[in-house]
Ligand binder design. Structure first.
Ligand code: SAH
Ligand code: SF4
Ligand code: F3S
Length: 478
């Protein structure tokens, strides 16, 4: 994911910001009625956090708070935080310094920390950051109205209880700054994998899947309101599993995909993230058989070397991952695949790093989110392995992966010149108000001059005449 405007409502940790491309929000949605109380929210980290902020916004409505994009005008300032890498946490602490200043200028303003860093640090946050009033973990957002009411009376509030059931299935998210065309739907929460480098199982708790009918109902409601694309979100969507309590019938991810695809042929379905070990042929066939399920899979490899993958506890090796890539291209030759890569994991040698480079080459990723390893306290890797690759080596290896990925993205995009794609218009291009931007099924951003009579939410056919490593440039032909 990439965010346009880091001074406004949704900001990501810099590494992600630099590497990720995706949802770009348009203008602010609902404005509160004059005189009512206002909250301001900033979100960091993954799409799950952005989606959670929309759930928080909906819950806060009950407490009489409406959204504002003006930090200085807010009665309640919230920051939805990420712990995935040290840098993400540093960014949050920097923002808290800025909020402290606002609080000094405007006594009575409340500051709340939400999300993964709240969960990781719990009440310690209140000791470390004296001006924080609320600390609320990802499963405790229903408690926000009570906690905010307490904070209004000057009580500090903490709720970091992790649930085995909470999926916020019944909450209709308030689409913050929506472009009115694309939206996220959270389909599961938590993660039961134990990748040794990763903090998510500790900050998000156990994996649980949301009621399939509530997901389809949310997709239908979005379609009726004019949305044309939904992204089904979870840390590991392929392990989605929901049992209908009335019939005992099990819905798996392939079935859920088919159910959401059936909402309307003009509703595009995307999903993220897939764990290589869990994506089944059934899912691939369901994608192939539905035109409106986008031909794009985010399939993080993390490393191309089997020994490192074993230390990471990813439960697959290099050959197994390669056969998964082969299978995807075999079933859907036009599918784009993207990845996440970590360089300089504990004890990684130069030869092992080269195997990551060769994997990027082999898989022909359309793009990757690339990071150097950042040790996270409490994770299996922090407890059992030594973070022994020097920072300059980690960074140099990262740069090599980035350079290779850029070359491959550029090559792949150039191969698209001369082809035409069905593009969903998302809004105006950042560079010029004479151009639309939208994405093709493969999740590539396409920029093309506006044709009178077209608008965001329309599907148009665009012929590509030029490309960079990040974008396709084209002309509308139908
Ligand atoms: N559930 C997803 C990823 C969630 S975190 C999956 O399993 O693929 C997003 C990405 O951040 C990961 O894929 C990984 O590449 C990166 N990441 C996670 N922990 C990290 C760490 N300690 N240091 C560096 N990068 C990390
Ligand atoms: Fe983290 Fe692994 Fe779970 Fe992804 S699958 S969130 S990397 S533990
Ligand atoms: Fe960050 Fe939590 Fe997402 S640690 S990546 S916000 S699940």
């Amino acid at each position: 994911m990439y965010n346009d405007n880091p001074t406004l409502a949704n900001v990501q940790d810099k590494q992600v910001d630099e590497a990720k491309q995706g949802q770009v929000y348009g203008e602010a949605a609902t404005q509160p009625a004059a005189g009512s109380k206002q909250f301001y929210i900033e979100s960091y980290g993954c799409q799950m956090n952005f989606s959670d902020s929309e759930i928080v916004a909906s819950i806060l409505g009950e407490a009489g708070y409406g959204p504002t994009r003006d930090l200085e005008a807010a009665d309640l300032i919230l920051i939805n935080t990420c712990s995935i890498r040290e840098k993400a946490e540093e960014t949050v602490r920097k923002r808290l310094r800025v909020f402290d200043k606002v609080k000094h200028r405007k006594p009575g303003t409340m500051v709340g920390v939400l999300g993964c860093m709240a969960e990781r640090l719990k009440a310690k946050f209140l000791e470390e950051e004296k001006l924080v009033d609320l600390v609320v973990g990802p499963d405790a957002y229903r408690d926000l109205p009570t906690l905010v009411a307490g904070a209004e009376e000057g009580e500090k509030g903490v709720n970091v209880f992790l649930s085995r059931e909470e999926t916020y299935a019944d909450i209709n998210p308030l689409r913050l700054q929506s472009n009115g065309v694309t939206a996220f739907i959270s389909i599961m929460r938590g993660c039961d994998n134990m990748c040794s480098f990763c903090v998510v199982p500790y900050t998000r708790g156990r994996e649980r899947s949301r009621n399939a009918f509530s997901i389809v109902a949310e997709a239908t409601n979005l379609f009726d309101r004019g949305f044309r694309e939904v992204t089904l979100l979870g840390q590991n969507v392929d392990s989605y599993k929901w049992t209908n309590p009335e019939t005992g019938e099990l819905v798996n991810f392939a079935q859920l995909l088919a159910m959401t695809a059936a909402v309307h042929p003009d509703l595009r379905i995307r999903f993220s993230t897939s764990h290589p070990k869990d994506i089944t042929d059934d899912v691939l066939y369901t994608m192939r058989d539905h035109e409106n399920i986008c031909k794009y899979i985010h399939l993080p490899v993390q490393s191309g070397n089997s020994r490192i993958l074993d230390l990471m506890n990813r439960t697959y090796d290099r050959e197994w991952y390669k056969s998964k890539i082969d299978r995807i291209y075999e079933i859907m030759p036009d599918c784009a695949i993207s990845s996440d890569v970590i360089t300089g994991f504990c004890s990684e040698t130069e030869d092992e790093h080269r195997e990551t480079l060769s994997m990027v080459e082999y898989a022909r990723y359309s793009m990757s989110y690339m990071f150097y390893y950042s040790e996270r306290p409490g994770t299996p890797a922090a407890r059992k392995l030594t973070d022994d690759v020097p920072l300059d080596v980690k960074k140099r290896r990262l740069q090599e992966v980035i350079d290779l990925q850029t070359t491959i993205s550029d090559e792949l995009n150039r191969k698209d010149i001369g082809k035409s794609f069905k593009v969903l218009i998302e809004g105006e291009s950042k560079r010029s108000d004479a151009d639309w931007k939208g994405r093709n099924s493969q999740n590539k951003m396409v920029i093309f001059p506006k044709v009178p009579g077209t608008q965001p939410g329309d599907y148009v056919e665009v012929s590509v005449h030029d490309a960079t490593s990040a974008t396709l440039l084209g002309t509308q032909i139908a």
